[in-house]
Design a protein around this ligand. Structure first.
Ligand code: PGA
Length: 241
């Protein structure tokens, strides 16, 4: 297995390991620009970062955060939006000043202008750190297998898989069909990328990635010198010890 792949015993250990890697970067980079994924997987990693902030003085609030992705048609206060996940789980408890959070507004009246604003933000503040999850279909952010993106921030049609899996965030309501995302090309320029995948439902995607196939967006960081995949045994397909 490649050296930038860490396999932890379970989800909790993977979350702690990812938080350790992330907090090392945060601690040594004073004017950090980061993007943090809004799925369920990284939430325990964020919880550990918050604990380190409270108990060890880790400076989370001097960084700048650029939202990784958003569902088109959902605003910051809509249940299930990426912002509505990040805000109570990270931005608010970490006390991040609102002016240091840059997020795509899925309710915008002009998608192209809003995407251009995000693109401009990424040009002004290149990413130092990306904390990412892996979708069941191998996506990162809303970079979907086989669906093209443009520039550093792109509007995308969401795959069937993402729409189906996304229902977990929307309590039975219909899932948006379009998304907006920081693209792979911009993510690959981040100096440090921490990619977390836990649970048996990620095993198929992870196994394709580990096979070295370049089919899945989440495999794009295998040769990135600053990327680390943090897996648990279920996602890595390893026997329990
Ligand atoms: P999850 O989402 O962490 O909720 O599984 C990951 C993703 O779809 O990127």
């Amino acid at each position: 297995m490649k050296s930038n792949i860490i396999v932890c015993k379970n989800h909790q250990e993977a979350s702690l390991r990812a938080a350790e890697l992330t907090s090392d970067v945060i601690a040594r980079t004073p004017h950090l620009t980061a993007t943090f994924a809004a799925g369920n997987t990284p939430l325990d990693c964020y919880r550990e970062l918050l604990r380190r902030q409270k108990e060890e003085g880790l400076l989370l609030d001097r960084a700048r955060y650029i939202g990784l992705d958003e569902w088109v048609g959902l605003g910051p206060n809509d249940a299930g939006s990426c912002f509505a996940i990040m805000n109570p789980n990270y931005y608010l408890p970490a006390d991040i000043p609102v002016e240091n959070i840059y997020a795509f507004d899925g309710l915008t009246s002009n998608l192209d202008v809003e995407a251009a604003r995000m693109q401009e933000t990424l040009s002004r503040y290149p990413l130092d750190l990306a904390v990412l999850g892996i979708g069941v279909n191998g996506h990162v952010g809303f970079n979907e297998p086989g669906i093209p993106t443009t520039g550093d921030f792109s509007l995308v049609s969401l795959s069937e898989s993402t729409q189906t899996v996304g229902r977990k965030y929307f309590a039975g309501n219909s899932t948006p069909t379009e998304g907006a995302t920081i693209t792979l090309q911009a993510l690959k320029r981040a100096k440090t990328v921490v990619i977390i995948a836990t649970g048996a439902n990620k095993r198929e995607a992870v196994s394709t990635i580990l096979s070295g196939s370049d089919q899945l967006p989440a495999g794009a960081f295998l040769d990135h010198p600053g990327a680390i995949y943090v897996l648990d045994e279920d996602a890595a397909g390893q026997e329990k010890r």
